[in-house]
Design a protein around this ligand. Structure first.
Ligand code: CFM
Ligand code: HCA
Length: 542
């Protein structure tokens, strides 16, 4: 498709900033970048949200308990805190599960909501006793393989030691792995700090506990895939067709057993880099497993990711099989895109989501002939915008504060010989992007507007300026955006649709977007705040 010439958003940026007090305007200006792909522009990110503005962000506890550990079936995730932290996080993320090889009776605690239900008394006199009782009770009823204890804000404030309690209970119970997370909501500036804490504890307490060697020929882990709307199932289907064995997915539909033997894989594939890069790095250092960034969002990206895996293993039979799968699947995807494009070509999209999807999903819009005029992450870091080239001395990521760094040393006894044989440089010589990756910035057009941790005020002004054809964000944004006449696609939950990953996912996405863009209902809506009277129905006349 012809590249669209985007309008210069400088006046928009000025107008937005003019409303803020000077100090805040200065701060927000650094998070709003008018993209120029020729320049090395810094996008300010991973800094504290300004108190008083409406942010899309969530907390550290959400990133740790909800995002990383949430999708694991057979661990009991016990929240130490007042009941609201559990109740309002109960089954709100659309990570899907299947019963697993053990069938419907296999362990699956995901539907439960476990909490110590702290009361005033526990805040005043301490909650450790109550936590011990809760661990004991959960163990007696469910006999789980593992219990994770998640700290909410008050726990850090009153000083309950979840790690000491977990150690004591692990010893007492004997056959249950109990470990804690200091993931108090305020520990970082967003969910991002919670990812890091989750990675560290999972690595320290679980990964590497089972040395059983895999039987397959091409053994990989898929990192940063959480099976939202069944994405992981679609990717598994493709891997299976290619003859690639998945030892463990971090952490969609995962089990403790899979985590425990994940260090026996030959290669780590990283899908959502933001949430799980720490695990990839630690597994590379300790077990010699290289990692590479992949993207299974979009038909072409999926094909590209598969080919990269084929190249990595340097196996002709595998590469032939991969080509066979692509030849079978991709034409169907392209045909659907071509059909949908009749109604989507030239339309404008905006994406403000999390820490990776605001980038990955631009690919699908591109395949629909659409232009992303503005995008940003809720909690991405600089490398998610600007990309990272691996030069051992340079690490762009300054990382979250207050986090105890995990010291890891290489374990020569358990180094994966096949994986470590293939050196990083060799892979880079072959042109494979290994341990480095592109950020959002280089994939966006000049003059597009990148906004980190977008505020509600900025959202309204952007909509007014661009009048985009579709806005992508989450549940908090959905209805207010739709009331202003713009359809909103949730890229967190997929609005009960999906999968959107892989080949079949791309087809689903094209159809859903085509439908949303073809309906005329949005143009008939008038925002309630523009109502002329109390009885105005807020529907525009034909
Ligand atoms: Fe990674 Fe995610 Fe995302 Fe994320 Fe999330 Fe999510 Fe997301 Mo919601 S791990 S960064 S913390 S891709 S829960 S599955 S949709 S904000 S863009
Ligand atoms: C989270 C989870 C969330 C929220 C989605 C939303 C998800 O950040 O705690 O705001 O609609 O994907 O479920 O990102």
């Amino acid at each position: 498709s012809e590249e669209m010439k985007l309008p210069d958003p400088s006046t928009l940026k000025d107008e937005i900033l003019a409303k803020y007090p000077p100090k805040i305007a200065r701060k927000r200006a650094k998070s709003m970048v008018i993209n120029d792909t020729k320049l090395d522009q810094e996008v300010q990110s991973n800094v504290r949200t300004i108190p008083g503005i409406i942010t899309q962000r969530g907390c550290t506890y959400a990133g740790c308990k909800g995002v990383v550990l949430g999708p694991t079936r057979d661990i009991i995730n016990l929240v130490h805190g007042p009941i609201g932290c559990s109740f309002y996080a109960w089954l709100t993320r659309r990570n899907q599960t299947d019963p697993g090889p053990e069938g419907p009776d296999g362990e699956n605690f995901i539907n439960y909501c476990f909490s110590t239900d702290m009361q005033d008394e526990n805040i005043v006199f301490g909650g450790e006793k109550k936590l011990k009782q809760a661990i004991q009770e959960a163990y007696d009823i469910f006999k789980p393989k593992a219990i994770g204890v998640f700290s909410t804000c008050p726990v850090g404030l009153i000083g309950d030691d979840v790690h000491a309690v977990s150690r004591e209970m692990k010893e007492k119970l004997g056959d249950c792995n109990v470990f804690g997370f200091s993931c108090e909501g305020y520990k970082g500036v967003s969910q991002s700090a919670g990812h890091h804490i989750a990675n560290n504890q999972l690595f320290r307490h679980v990964v590497g506990n089972d040395d059983t060697k895999p039987e397959g020929k091409f053994n990989i882990n898929l990192l940063g895939e959480y099976n939202i709307g069944g994405d992981g199932f679609e990717i598994d289907r493709i891997f299976k067709a290619c003859g690639i064995d998945v030892i463990c997915t971090f952490s969609g539909n995962s089990t403790m057993g899979a985590f425990e033997k994940s260090h026996t894989a030959d290669l780590n594939l990283v899908m959502c880099h933001r949430s799980i890069n720490y695990m990839a790095e630690m597994m590379e250092t300790k077990f010699g497993i290289p990692w590479m960034k992949v993207n299974f969002i979009g038909g072409d990206s999926t094909a590209k990711a598969l080919r990269k895996i084929g190249e990595y293993f340097e196996d002709e039979a595998l590469q032939a099989k991969i080509e066979e799968v692509i030849a079978e699947e991709l034409p169907k995807v392209e045909a659907r895109a071509a059909e949908a494009r009749k109604r989507t070509e030239g339309k404008m999209a905006m994406l403000f989501v999390g820490g990776s999807r605001a980038h990955h999903y631009q690919e699908l819009f591109k395949e629909l002939g659409m232009e992303t005029v503005s995008a940003g992450y809720e909690f991405g870091h600089r490398d998610d915008y600007e990309g990272r080239k691996v030069l051992p001395t340079i690490k762009v990521d300054a990382d979250s504060r207050n986090i105890e760094e995990l010291k890891i040393e290489a374990d020569p006894e358990r180094f994966n010989p096949r994986a470590s044989e293939i050196k990083l440089e060799t892979l880079q010589e072959k042109g494979l992007e290994v341990s480095d990756y592109k950020g959002m910035k280089s994939d966006m057009s000049d003059n597009s507007l990148i906004v980190d941790d977008i505020t509600h005020w900025e959202t309204e002004k952007l909509i007014e300026f661009y009048k985009p054809d579709i806005f992508c964000a989450g549940i908090k944004e959905k209805y207010v955006v739709q009331k202003s006449g713009i359809p909103l696609k949730q890229l967190h939950s997929y609005d009960y649709g999906g999968p959107y990953a892989g080949f079949e996912g791309a087809v689903n996405f094209y159809t859903d977007i085509e439908t949303m863009l073809s309906t005329t209902i949005w143009k008939k809506l008038k925002a309630p705040w523009l109502a002329t009277s109390a009885t105005d129905p807020c529907i525009c006349a034909e």
